[in-house]
Design a protein around this ligand. Structure first.
Ligand code: AMP
Length: 178
């Protein structure tokens, strides 16, 4: 499943504002005035999780700006977050009493299909992590750091799973809160 197409669809159907942690980090890396550019690039290339202080400040800034422009836009689909224990603690500390997490949308897809899709994307994405070496590191990071966080949300009954190994036409979508 192409998650970008799916997320656009969610945006239209449910009115969520889509924020991608990875995209915000890539934008910050491009900013010549940012003190974090080099550090972010190093983490992304190595498939590692960027320190939470950076990621959460970017997410919070986007959320605050979106709601300042339109107070009704207060539902966010945060793509690629939380990715590890550090992310989760940072979120709980910064957002305590300010945001409710309704659900975690989990795109379940086997490793080889993910790698093939990202290699295909790499033909035009220009991303420094769309290569086999970075992707294999990302899978290790996912297994060691992200999967345990998904398991935690699963125990809380908050995970909505999508079988993302199937083609765009075949994927079925769980019902989501609006
Ligand atoms: P993505 O755009 O979701 O494919 O993420 C690309 C890369 O950005 C990841 O491999 C990480 O290096 C970094 N990244 C994305 N999301 C996060 C996050 N929540 N916390 C820290 N680093 C992240």
């Amino acid at each position: 499943m192409n998650s970008d197409i799916f997320i656009c669809w969610l945006f239209q159907k449910y009115g969520y504002t889509h924020l991608s942690a990875g995209e915000l980090l890539r934008d910050e890396r491009k900013n010549p005035d940012s003190q974090y550019g080099e550090l972010i690039e190093k983490y992304i290339k190595e498939g590692k999780i960027v320190p939470v202080e950076i990621t959460i400040s970017l997410l919070k800034r986007e959320m605050d700006q979106t709601m300042a422009a339109n107070a009704q836009k207060n539902k966010f689909l945060i793509d690629g977050f939380p990715r590890n224990q550090d992310n989760l603690q940072g979120w709980n500390k910064t957002m305590d009493g300010k945001a409710d997490v309704s659900f975690v949308l989990f795109f379940d897809c086997n490793n080889e299909i993910c790698i093939e899709r990202c290699l295909e994307r790499g033909k035009s994405s220009g991303r420094s992590d769309d290569n086999r070496e970075s992707l294999e590191k990302r899978i290790q990071t996912y297994l060691q750091s992200t999967k345990p966080i998904i398991d935690l949300y699963e125990e809380m009954g908050k995970v909505k799973k999508i079988d993302a190994s199937r083609s765009v036409d075949e994927v079925s979508v769980p019902s989501l809160p609006s």
